[in-house]
Design a protein around this ligand. Structure first.
Ligand SMILES: C=C(O[C@H]1C=CC=C(C(=O)O)[C@@H]1O)C(=O)O
Length: 353
C-alpha cells in the first residue's frame, strides 16, 4: 500500500482543480469528526466497476443494487490538515418547486400500499434543482466547516459527473474482524436547545432498520451487539440511531453481505424488494447515486473498509445543483408532514450554495 503524501490545504485544492480541469476522476473527503482531508486521484478516465469487493479504492455505489458499482483507483493520494472555522449561520433558504402535489400523491400511494399490507415501510424521495454561482470547491469547503460530524465528500468522474455530500449515516465499517453498522432513521428539526420529542412513528420507523440489519448480517457474523436507541444531531436535524457491532466470520463475504444490507430500510423499505420496486415505479426521477453508498475499500489496509450511505447530497452540473431528499413512510405518516420533512432536509445542502 502506498502512503498518501502530506501537503498544504491550498496546494491540495489547486491539485484538485487541475486534475478536474484535465477531466480525470478524483475524490476528496473528510471522515466524521476528522480534520484531515484525504484525496485520491485516478490517472486515467476509465470507469472501473467492482467485481468482488476485493478491489482497493474508493467505492461509489448506486441505490439500485442491480446496477454497477464504481471504484475509483488511487493512483496518487494526498492528505492535508484543515482547521474547522465556525461558519456564520446562514438563514433558512427558500426554494420554489412545483412538485408538492406530486409528492403528496406519492406519499399517499405509499401509505395505501402499507395499509393494504403489501409494504411495512417505504422511503420516498424527490429532487430539487437550484441555480448556483458557487463553484464546487467552495461548496465542498462550506460542507467541511458546517457539518463536522458527517462524511463530507466531493466526487468526480468525467463519465458520471460531480457529487457533493455530507452523510450522517455509516453503512458498514470493517476493522480487523469487527464490523460496525448503524441504523439511522426518524427525523425532527432541531429547535433551539430543546431535546427532540419523538413519537411512536419515528421509533417504529427506526426499529425496522435495526431489525432488518440484525437479520441480514446474522449469517455472516457472530456475537451481534446493539446499543440503546439515542438521538443524534445531523446539522439542523435530529435522528434516532442505534449502533450495531459484530464479529465477521470471513472477509470473503463482503460482497454478499453488502448485497443483503443495501439498500436498507433507512433508504428503501420493508420488505426490501417490494419497496424498491415501488420506488422505481412511482418516484418521478432516477435516484442514481443518492441513497447508494460510498467510501474507502481496502484502502488504508487490507480488509479495512468504511462505507457511508449517500444521503444529504447533490449532483452538480455547471451552475445547476440537484439536491436529493427523502423520508420514511409508515402507516402513521402524514403526507403534509412528510413534505415538510423533505424541505427541512433540503436545507442541509441548500445552506452550502
Ligand atoms: C432518506 C433520507 O434520510 C433517511 C435517513 C435518516 C432519516 C430518515 C427519515 O427520517 O425518514 C431517512 O430514513 C434523506 O435524508 O434523504
Amino acid at each position: 500500500m502506498h502512503s498518501p503524501r502530506k501537503i498544504e490545504f491550498e496546494s491540495l485544492i489547486k491539485k484538485v482543480e487541475n486534475h478536474k480541469n484535465d477531466k480525470l476522476p478524483l475524490v476528496m473527503y473528510c471522515l466524521p469528526g476528522d480534520t484531515v482531508i484525504r484525496a485520491l486521484f485516478q490517472k486515467d478516465d476509465v470507469l472501473h466497476h467492482i467485481k468482488d469487493f476485493k478491489e482497493r479504492g474508493f467505492v461509489f455505489a448506486p441505490f439500485d443494487n442491480s446496477l454497477q458499482t464504481i471504484v475509483l483507483k488511487s493512483n496518487t493520494s494526498y492528505i492535508s490538515d484543515f482547521e474547522v472555522s465556525n461558519q456564520i449561520e446562514s438563514g433558512k433558504k427558500e426554494v420554489v418547486t412545483n412538485d408538492e402535489a406530486f409528492h403528496l400523491e406519492l406519499v399517499k400511494k405509499g401509505i395505501q400500499e402499507i395499509r393494504s399490507g403489501k409494504l411495512k415501510k417505504v422511503v420516498l424521495s424527490r429532487q430539487v434543482q437550484v441555480e448556483t454561482e458557487k463553484n464546487e470547491l467552495s461548496i465542498f469547503k462550506s460542507a467541511l466547516h458546517k457539518y463536522p460530524t458527517a462524511l463530507r465528500y466531493l466526487w468526480y468522474h468525467p463519465k458520471v459527473g460531480t457529487w457533493i455530500g455530507a452523510s450522517p449515516e455509516q453503512l458498514l465499517k470493517v476493522e480487523g474482524n469487527q464490523i460496525h453498522t448503524t441504523s439511522l432513521a426518524g427525523t425532527l428539526p432541531v429547535i433551539d436547545n430543546n431535546n427532540p420529542e419523538w413519537s411512536q412513528k419515528e421509533f417504529i420507523e427506526q426499529q425496522m432498520v435495526t431489525d432488518f440489519l440484525k437479520v441480514e448480517i446474522a449469517e455472516f457474523v457472530n456475537d451481534i451487539k446493539t446499543t440503546k436507541v439515542s438521538s443524534v444531531k445531523a446539522g439542523k436535524l435530529w435522528h434516532l440511531k442505534t449502533n450495531i457491532t459484530a464479529d465477521l466470520k470471513s472477509f470473503d463475504q463482503l460482497k454478499p453481505l453488502l448485497k443483503r444490507i443495501h439498500p436498507s430500510p433507512a433508504v428503501c423499505g420493508v420488505p426490501k424488494d417490494l419497496a424498491k420496486k415501488f420506488i422505481l415505479e412511482y418516484e418521478s426521477y432516477r435516484r442514481n447515486y443518492y441513497t447508494g453508498f460510498l467510501g474507502e475499500l481496502n484502502l488504508t489496509q487490507e480488509h479495512s473498509t468504511s462505507l457511508y450511505v449517500n444521503l444529504r447530497c447533490m449532483s452538480l452540473d455547471a451552475n445547476q445543483a440537484t439536491i436529493f431528499i427523502g423520508g420514511g413512510i409508515t402507516e402513521a405518516s402524514n403526507p403534509e408532514m412528510e413534505w415538510q420533512e423533505t424541505n427541512n432536509k433540503c436545507q442541509t445542502m441548500l445552506s452550502l450554495l
